[in-house]
Design a protein around this ligand. Structure first.
Ligand code: E4P
Length: 220
């Protein structure tokens, strides 16, 4: 599976990429505007910390078909392994078809139901981003993603689910257990999953025991 970071914070990507295996980084217009940086700055900073094989996702901002496609072509030309995120509006769905016909890398986003995701997969989208936490306002978001997995498998559609919009580590955990292909998670939620106070307590116990017995804090 692929674990991605949902952020415009390049420093957080650099730090977490050093200690985890991060397949890529997703952003959206809200994440970029909240960062206080221009999209160009966000791209440059992210491009500087990402390895060439790590994927980077930026979203089309135009909402009409021609505008979405123009944004998509521009975004995908920025670097290798660059993906455009396209919301699954009517114009967006149409643009996904055309973007795929042009060979662009596409993630269908702002997905609130398994059916929307399924139609985007039929249009050739590479990734589908169901908004898990937001879907929970309308039903069981985690269960809907499980159903989507089945729908894709039964119909042999190659699109990968990149589950998004998580508010806590348990939502992420449940989808990893369900075998989801990819998740994108904000750094603060990732840190909540990564850290446990018991780990440091255990390490302190080991160090104290070793030092007490051998008078040193290294193996040899
Ligand atoms: C990811 O690609 C989505 O844009 C993002 O996870 C949406 O998250 P939000 O519900 O916190 O805005």
């Amino acid at each position: 599976m692929e674990f991605m970071l949902d952020t415009a914070d390049a420093q957080a990507v650099k730090e977490l990429s050093e200690i985890m295996t991060i397949a890529g980084v997703t952003t959206n217009p809200t994440i970029i505007t909240k960062s206080g940086k221009t999209p160009e700055q966000v791209f440059d900073e992210m491009n500087a910390v990402l390895a060439p094989e790590q994927k980077f996702f930026m979203q089309a901002v135009a909402t009409d078909y021609d505008g979405i496609l123009e944004d998509a072509r521009r975004i995908c030309s920025l670097r290798k392994n660059m993906y455009v995120k396209i919301p699954v509006t009517h114009d967006g769905m149409r643009a996904i078809k055309q973007a795929k016909a042009e060979g662009l890398n596409v993630l269908a986003t702002a997905i609130y139901s398994p059916d929307q995701a399924f139609f985007a997969a039929m249009n050739g989208a590479d990734y589908l981003a169901p908004y898990v936490n937001r879907m929970c306002n309308y039903g069981d978001g985690v269960q809907w993603v499980r159903e989507l997995e089945e729908m894709l498998e039964l119909n042999q559609l190659p699109a990968q689910i990149c589950a998004a919009s998580f508010k806590n580590g348990n939502q992420v955990h449940e989808l990893i257990v369900a075998g989801v292909g990819a998740v994108t998670v904000a750094p603060d939620v990732v840190r909540g999953m990564l850290d446990h106070p018991g780990t440091q307590i255990a390490v302190n116990e080991f160090t104290e025991a070793w030092e007490g017995a051998f008078g040193r804090r290294t193996f040899a």
